[in-house]
Write a protein that binds this ligand. Sequence first.
Ligand SMILES: [Zn+2]
Ligand SMILES: [Zn+2]
Length: 310
Amino acid sequence: MLSVTFLGTSAARPTVERNVSAMALVREGETLLFECGEGTQRQMMRYGVSFALSEIFFTHFHADHFLGVIGLIRTLGLQTRAEPMRLYGPKGAKKLLNQALQLGVERVPFEVEVQEVKPGDVITGGNRAPRTAYDIHAFATDHGGGSVGYALREHERPGRFDPDKARAAGVPEGPLWGKLQRGEAVELPDGRNVVPEGIVSEKRRGRIVVFTGDTRPCAAVVDAAQGADLLIHEATFGEEEKERAKETGHSTAREAAQVALAAKARRLVLSHVSARYSISADELVKEAREVFKETVVAKDGMTIEVPFAD
Ligand SMILES: [Zn+2]
Ligand SMILES: [Zn+2]
């Protein structure tokens, strides 16, 4: 199971329909939070996202992306949380987040560790919560001053096991099948050796989910999103405001679609939309689909499942 739930999809400020940026990614029961705009904790309650999370990833420190962490950490403290929390963000994260965490509360009753990341970093989760089945990669974005995006990349999975071929090779059903499935050669009771090749297919790649945060369309995002199962790209503006997008370090829906196309992504979700598209973002979807058909626009509370490609 891998899914993302959009908690806030509005650029710069909340509207009646949309809150500011935050997205929960749930994988095999584990919840990761990307961005934490003001009011995120209430959106989590509203849309059933677990508070039992231990990592929050920030792309940059414009107010609409992080102010919610102050209230969220306070609420977690009131719930007598004991587990530590890790916050990740680009250069400046330590100073800024540590200041934010001291606002309005005497002491956070659990450990909060801030880790600064830079493009190219693979965020392992450290000793406490080592990741075994996937990694989070930080990549450069173009939003003026050290912003990053994040890509979740699952490790390769074993190839597909063909029971008929195993039987034909004389391998009895049982533990030996499991060994073959894991890519190991097995020795049969009659002494013959059987290798997995021909019985188990090539390893299959894991899923890739890419979250850009605020950015101009750029090559670094295209690289990070190569073959992504899901690309979540900001699309603050429509075509008629493409100059404004350029001036403010944002993307149009069409530009986001061009990135998805260049990256050969499977699906594109547009988010972080300007207040003028708060009620209807159909125009953004229409413009993007002219370039990249598999496009939808996020709205608050929307959950998208990410299935395996094979
Ligand atoms: Zn923003
Ligand atoms: Zn921004």
